[in-house]
Every structure is written in structure tokens, then in C-alpha cells.
Design a binder for this molecule. Sequence first.
Ligand SMILES: *Cc1c(COP(=O)(O)O)cnc(C)c1O
Length: 362
Amino acid sequence: MSKTFFTPGPTQLHPKVKEYIKTALDSNLLSISHRSSKFDDLFANCAQSVRKLLGAPDKMPLFFLSSGTEAMERIIQNMAAKNTFHLVNGAFSERFYQTAKELGKNAQVLQAESGQGFNFGLINVPDNTELICCTHNETSTGVMLRKEDLESLKSLNPDKFIALDVVSSAPYCELDFKHIDATFFSVQKLFGLPAGLGVLLVSEAAISKSLQLMSAGTSIGTYHNFPTLISFAKKFQTPATPNVLGIYLLSKIAEEYLNIGIDQIRQDTITKARYIYNFFEQHQQFKPFVDDRRFRSATVITLNFKGEIKKLKTLLDKHNFEVGSGYGEFKDKQIRIANFPMHSLEQVKELCTVLDSYPAKS
Ligand SMILES: *Cc1c(COP(=O)(O)O)cnc(C)c1O
């Protein structure tokens, strides 16, 4: 019997992936030139479906990269000469911050404890900041930022760029593109696809900034800098040979999600998340890690676990389930449950029942 992966990514593949990989193989798509009109159509279709799904403006520049982590580097290089500011509350927001430091930026940071959100009313962004970097859903801890907080951040800092990592929340996240100058995701999370493709959307203002930096002699990278990416994207192409299979699969799954409707996807996500949090609210062995309900993630649910993680994994394995381990120092003390569109309420209920049976006699 096949397994159901509740891991936060790579995760359960979308049930249609097999069929679409077969279609891609049968249609010669993987042999065509990435400079052909057939590829241009694929690029255009995929970009349009993704924009529509995320609620992005029709013409917003969209780039295909290799991963979410690559998008962080591209953003730092192209959107700030010097001064960046980071909200850090876990491993992925820390990666964004470290990237800025490694690229020699003057990176300032506001750090929150693991499992905590931020009090946005009290955030003091230094005046000279060019770029503020935030992680919408901190996958390592299961903390999700609120829409209204992100909006207030922009209204208090209208002259600064805001870059938002939505890798483990897109397309569930509701984005207001008036407040965002760069946002990115990768496909192995909520899209349920094989890894190896990142998507970055940026504002026209962000592109202008990269051109300014380039003419001032600041290094903005090489083949994947914004000016090069946009010059190819305008022709519906990529600077280097891209992950054509990944782009094809993303276009198909984005269409699937558009057909279901983003409101339905959000509603289902909330229903499943509530079920899990409620199930474990008063539990003996499992307890939601994030205390403040306002910051509890709908897409990655982190539970503290009292017991032997090895035994738990064996129990889950026997029932053909896999969940994520805790991140870093929490490896043996927590589990993380991905709640993505491929996961049905039925599967979620079954998983909760199996977890509840720990320590079941084997
Ligand atoms: C998984 C993840 C990343 C890294 O994405 P890659 O595609 O593996 O580079 C970045 N940020 C968040 C929030 C993530 O969950």
C-alpha cells in the first residue's frame, strides 16, 4: 500500500502528477528547444495561471529559478545596495538573513523566540533600510504572519521594499500586491510537485532598483540578475535552459487549483487545520507548539510530543503515514504536520486517530 506523506516538503505528490508526467513524456515537450514558440506558450500559460492563483497583477514580472533559497539570494542582490532588515523567527527566515550577511550587506535583524510571532506595532525599522525581508510561514516552527500585520508594515514603511517568502504557504496565503515588491515559492510544498523549481514575482520598482544598482557598479549577480531575467521573461523565456518538466507540471496543478477555486482551497485548509489543533488542544502526548492562536500556521502544524519519537515513527509507518520531524533542536521533541491541498480531511482524521493511539501495542 502506498504511503501518505504529511511531511512539509517534499511531500505527498498531487494525485494528478503521474498522469501529467506521462502526458509530458508522450508529447515530446521534454525534447523541444527552450527557444521555441512551444516553450514560449508554456512559459506564458504557466506564468498567467500562477499570477491568477496568487492574485498578482496580470503583467507582474515572474521568473523561474531553481529553488526558494535561490530566490532569497536574487532578492538580496538585486533589491538592496547595502541596508536590509529581517524578521527572524526560525530556520528559514534565518537563512534569508544569513544570505544578506554573506553577500556583504549591512543586515539588521529583529529576532523572535522560536514559536513566537512579532508585535508589529513595536517594530522599529532603521530609516536607511532599503529592503525588509519576511517569512510568511516559518516552516521550521509553524508560525504564520497575519495579513493585517504585513499591511501595517508597508504602510509604516512606504518607501522601503518588502520581500515575502511564501514558500510553504502559497497559494493559501492571501497577498496584497500593493504591499509586496518581491515574493517567491517553490513547488515541492503546497503544489505537491517534485522539487527543483522556484518562482519569483517582483514589482517594476524592484527591477528599476536592480538597474540602478547595476549602473552604480554594485554586483547584482550574473545570468539570473533581474535585468537579464526580465529581458528573457519578456520573450517568455529563461536565461538558461530551465526545468521544463517542472514548469509544465506547475502550469497543470495551478490550473487544477484554479478549477477548485482559491476560496475553496483556503476554506478546506482552515477546516483541516482547525481539526488538528482542536484534536490535540488538550491531549496528553501532543500539544500545539505555538501558544498564540493568532500566529498558528494553517499549513504547517507543529506539535510538541511527549514520548519516544522512534516508536511513534514506527507506529505511523505501520499505518502508511509519514509526518515531519521537529526542526533542528526540536528533532526528537516535536512533529510537524503539513496541511496542503493534496491532503484530504479524511486523511487528516485518520492521521489524528493513529497519533492518538500512541503508544499502541505493536
Ligand atoms: C522549504 C522552504 C524554503 C526553501 O525552499 P527550497 O526550494 O528548498 O530552496 C524557504 N523558505 C521556506 C519558508 C520554506 O518552507
